[in-house]
Design a protein around this ligand. Structure first.
Ligand SMILES: Cc1cc2nc3c(=O)[nH]c(=O)nc-3n(C[C@H](O)[C@H](O)[C@H](O)COP(=O)(O)O)c2cc1C
Length: 314
C-alpha cells in the first residue's frame, strides 16, 4: 500500500511519526510535489534546499521509503532536479499529472497536461533518457473529459514507466463527486504498465471491493482515508487482527504527531495552524462528536488547543 502525496499533510514529519507508530503498515509513500521553478539549478548554488526539503534524507530518517514527486513540465529543470534526487539516493521519481489547482492547470502543469498528449510526449522524450532513474506518473481521467486519458494512454505506453497511478476523477471535479470506476475499468486493460488505484479508499471494505473487481491492479494508494482513520492500512492488511489496543494506538499516534509539530514548527502561530490542519481530519478517528472537534478549531492560544485536545484524547 502506498501513502498518497498530500501537500501540507503527508509530508516528512507525518511519514516519520506514522512509521514509528505503525511500522510497516504502509510500504511506500509518494511525497507531496516538489515544484519545478525557473533557474532551479544555478551552477553556483545547485538545487535550492527549500525545494527538496521534504525529501532530504536527514528529514526522512525513520520514514517509510519515499518516492519524490515532481510538478512541472520544463525538461531541463526536471532533469536537474532528478540529478539532485539521484545524488540523495533516490531511484524513482513520480510525475504529477493530476493536480487540479486552477493556477497550476493554467500553466499546463498537473492535470493541465492531460488534454495535451503531444506535450506530454515532448517532455517524456527529453526526460526519460536523461534522468537515470525510474519514472512513474500519477494521473486523473482527464481535465474536463474522460476521453483525454484514452488519448494519453498510447503515449504513456511508449515509455518504460514504473507505474501509472490513476485517481479516477476529472481535474475539474477537484475532490468532489463519485470516483468513476467504470471509466477506470475501461482504461485498465489498455495500460501496459503496473496500475495503482487511488481515490476515496476510506474503508477496508471499499479497498477489498477494488481488489476484487480489479485483480490486475498492482497496488492501492491511500490518502485522506489514512487521516480519517490511521488504522485503515492495518484494517486492510490484517482484517482479523486483535483490535484491543486500537483506541490507545490512535491516541498515541495523534499525541506523537502533535509533539512532532511542536519540535518542527518554530512559532506558536505555525504550531496552532498545523495542529488544526491535521485535527480537521484526524478527529474522525476518535469517539467524539463534530461539535466537540470544532471547539478545538475555535481556540486561539496554543495552551488552549493543547488542553482541549488532551481532554478529548482521554
Ligand atoms: C490537501 C491535499 C493535498 C494534495 N496534494 C497532492 C500532491 O502534492 N500531489 C498529488 O499528486 N496529489 C495530491 N493530492 C491528491 C491525493 O494524492 C489523492 O490523489 C486524492 O486525495 C484522492 O485520494 P484519497 O481519496 O485517498 O484522498 C492532494 C490531495 C489533498 C486533499
Amino acid at each position: 500500500m502506498i501513502l498518497a502525496p498530500m501537500q501540507g499533510l503527508t509530508e516528512a514529519m507525518f511519514r516519520r511519526v506514522y512509521e514509528r507508530c505503525f511500522p510497516g503498515a504502509i510500504a511506500l509513500a509518494v511525497s507531496p510535489f516538489l515544484s519545478l521553478t525557473h533557474n532551479i539549478s544555478s551552477a553556483r548554488s545547485g538545487i535550492s534546499r527549500e525545494i527538496v526539503e521534504d525529501v532530504l534524507p536527514e528529514n526522512n530518517e525513520g520514514s517509510m521509503p519515499v518516492i519524490p514527486q515532481i510538478l512541472g513540465r520544463e525538461p531541463e529543470e526536471f532533469v536537474a532536479l532528478c540529478g539532485a534526487l539521484r545524488e540523495m539516493g533516490y531511484g524513482e521519481v513520480n510525475w504529477n499529472m493530476g493536480c487540479p489547482v486552477r493556477k497550476v492547470v493554467g500553466k499546463r502543469r498537473g492535470s493541465g497536461l492531460l488534454p495535451h498528449p503531444d506535450l506530454v510526449r515532448q517532455v517524456l522524450d527529453r526526460v526519460v533518457p536523461a534522468i537515470g532513474m525510474r519514472l512513474s506518473v500519477k494521473v486523473r481521467l482527464g481535465l474536463k473529459a474522460t476521453d483525454e486519458l484514452f488519448a494519453l494512454i498510447p503515449v504513456l505506453n511508449d515509455y518504460p514507466l514504473a507505474s501509472v497511478t490513476i485517481h479516477p476523477r476529472l481535474g475539474r471535479q477537484q475532490y468532489t463527486g463519485q470516483v468513476d470506476l467504470d471509466t477506470f475499468a475501461r482504461a485498465l486493460p489498455l495500460i501496459r504498465h503496473p496500475v495503482v488505484y487511488n481515490g476515496d479508499i476510506t474503508t477496508a471494505h471499499f479497498a477489498r471491493s477494488i481488489r476484487e473487481r480489479f485483480p490486475q491492479v498492482a497496488d492501492l494508494m491511500l490518502g485522506r482515508g489514512v487521516l480519517y482513520n490511521p488504522l485503515l492500512p492495518l484494517d486492510i492488511l490484517q482484517p482479523d487482527r486483535d483490535r484491543t489496543d486500537d483506541p490507545a494506538r490512535v491516541r498515541h499516534f495523534i499525541r506523537s504527531l502533535i509533539a512532532e509539530i511542536r519540535t518542527v514548527f518554530p512559532t506558536e502561530q505555525a504550531q496552532i495552524r498545523k495542529t488544526k490542519e491535521y485535527w480537521c481530519l484526524l478527529w474522525k478517528s476518535l469517539p467524539i462528536t463534530e461539535l466537540q472537534a470544532r471547539q478545538v478549531l475555535r481556540q486561539e492560544k496554543l495552551t488552549d488547543v493543547d488542553n482541549l485536545i488532551a481532554t478529548l484524547l482521554q
